[in-house]
Design a protein around this ligand. Structure first.
Ligand SMILES: CC(=O)N[C@H](C=O)[C@@H](O)[C@H](O)[C@H](O)COP(=O)(O)O
Length: 508
């Protein structure tokens, strides 16, 4: 064979887990044929016997190796000249061998000479750029990244694409090999300059691939039911009250509620939390803050100072880290609630928008499994219907409902207005319907902007009996493809602390 025969090709390494149920010639040959049927250009086969078996079944190039565990050398891949010769005789077109700079039974030049004498090509399995430089000087035909990450230290997870790129500066004949587990990683190797790409475990080690999925599932399921989640101190600082809780997964082990001393300022709010939760010290490893207002890069600012007078850019994460001596994560409360609903509440695992309609209107967006931070989701602040004179929340939310009731001659909180509406009072019905129309219009616009799988509605107004139905009523003429799917929030007022606890537990 010529080197060009494997140019730009996928090489499938058919090396089943040693002594596993697939470690026999029949399976190895089966893997080899299946790989070729699906477009593999060449194969990498371990042991003289398997090379012989596969050679008799296929015509594509074979890279042959022999693996040995020696007592006097860490070299495992084709350590002896006799192995290299036997592979060539069994039908390997390329013989690969360990080319690391370690104690070894046979020198690289010796191996190269023996393989060349058999009229075959050589591949140096390298761990570093230095290995490749040495091997090329010894006259090898290909250098591979095969042994990067396997000569000491913990085994990495990702392939060594940087080494592919570095080797490419020495020679065009670079074979990317080792831990390439996805088509994207294979493409990255090509981009880095690989002449050909070897994929092994991800295709032919059923046990490994199964274990990857098994572990991911086990992790996801335990997080979901909160069994192995760590305990987090979650703090929700709102305009009137501050809630602190010890949260593990979705379970709230302990909880306290203190009024927010509105005039005292953020240092005092934090100190109050520290004081009131002093008895919980030692029970949590991390802290999550879900707060009203805007959080950007750990700094906290008021968006509506009427809700809470937070000074601009208050270093919340910094101060809290110093005060509590634990890692701190902070996010806007509605964004945190969006995450809580996504992960543990009404979420379906797909993109979601959360809208909380209460005194004001807040929200959060979860796209591709991540909550969007910063200003994202502050829907209450977009321009309202009356030519944008005031924000939408001032013309829709609980505050607005109270004001409208007063205009209609009734001194009533939002809850009372809802009660009157249910009893059929026309003035109350009109107010609720108007509010629901505006909320519905907002949802229709959100659908067109973000196309979420669902819009989760929460908050005292949003979850008031009949409100979501009223919103749906206003949307009934919207074409089905454009209509938002509205669902009721499930976690209630604790969505924020459950969400932020989970995010803080993940390290933010
Ligand atoms: C380090 C070592 O012994 N590598 C061996 C070399 O042949 C094989 O065990 C690997 O499966 C092969 O390199 C392909 O890599 P991956 O299976 O990660 O796609």
């Amino acid at each position: 064979m010529q080197r060009e025969d494997i140019r730009n090709g996928l090489i499938v390494s058919c090396q089943p887990v040693p002594a596993g149920p697939m470690d026999n010639a029949e399976f190895v040959t089966g893997f080899a044929k299946a790989a070729i049927d699906a477009g593999a250009r060449a194969l990498r086969i371990e042991s003289v016997a398997y090379v012989r078996a596969v050679r008799s079944a296929v015509t594509v190039p074979i890279i042959g190796i022999v693996k040995r565990d020696l007592s006097d050398s860490p070299v495992r891949i084709t350590p002896y000249v006799s192995d290299a010769e036997a592979l060539a005789d069994a039908g390997a077109d390329v013989v690969a061998f360990d080319a690391t700079d370690r104690v070894r039974p046979a020198g690289i030049e010796e191996l190269v000479r023996a393989v060349k004498a058999k009229g075959k090509l050589t591949m140096a399995d390298c761990s570093s750029l230095e290995d490749a430089t040495q091997a090329l000087a010894a006259g090898v035909d290909f250098v591979g990244t095969t042994l990067s990450g396997y000569v000491g230290g913990p085994e990495p997870v990702d392939p060594d694409i940087d080494l592919v790129a570095a080797m490419r500066r020495l020679t065009p004949y670079v074979i990317a090999e080792g831990r390439i587990r996805s088509p994207e990683q294979a493409a990255a190797a090509v981009k880095a300059g690989a002449y050909a790409v070897v994929v092994g475990s991800a295709i032919t080690r059923t046990e490994h691939v199964t274990a990857w999925f098994h572990e991911a599932l086990a992790k996801a399921y335990t997080r979901q039911d909160g069994r192995s989640a760590e305990t987090v101190l979650a703090v929700d600082i709102g305009g009137t009250k501050t809630m602190a809780a010890l949260v593990k997964g979705t379970v709230i082990a302990d909880e306290i509620l203190v009024p927010t001393a509105r005039e005292a300022g953020p240092d005092a709010w934090l100190e109050a939390v520290a004081e009131r939760t002093a008895q919980w010290r030692g029970r949590y490893a991390r802290i999550g803050f879900a707060v009203t207002g805007l959080v950007q890069d750990g700094r906290w600012s008021a968006l509506n100072p009427a809700t809470l007078g937070i000074p601009h850019g208050y270093p919340l994460v910094d101060r809290a880290t110093r005060l509590f001596g634990k890692p701190v994560f902070a996010m806007n409360d509605a964004q945190a609630a969006a995450w809580g609903e996504y992960k543990f509440g009404a979420g379906s695992g797909e993109n979601l928008v959360f809208l909380t309609i209460s005194t004001g209107i807040g929200g959060g967006i979860v796209i591709n499994g991540r909550p969007l931070p910063g200003l994202a989701g502050h829907f209450g602040l977009i321009r309202g219907p009356s030519q944008g004179r005031s924000p939408l929340e001032d013309e829709t939310s609980g505050r607005w409902i109270t004001v409208e009731a007063l205009k209609a001659g009734h001194e009533a909180e939002a809850a009372k207005v809802f009660e009157n509406a249910r009893q059929g009072a026309p003035w109350a019905r009109a107010i609720v319907s108007q509010s629901a129309l505006r909320a519905a219009t907002l949802c229709r616009d959100i659908q067109l902007m973000l196309d979420p799988n669902q819009i989760v509605i929460g908050g005292g107004v949003g979850l008031a009996a009949g409100y979501i139905d009223e919103m749906r009523e206003h949307l009934k003429d919207v074409a089905p493809r454009l209509a938002p799917r509205l669902v009721a929030a499930k976690l209630g007022g604790r969505a924020g602390i459950i969400g932020v606890a989970d995010l803080a537990g993940e390290g933010g």
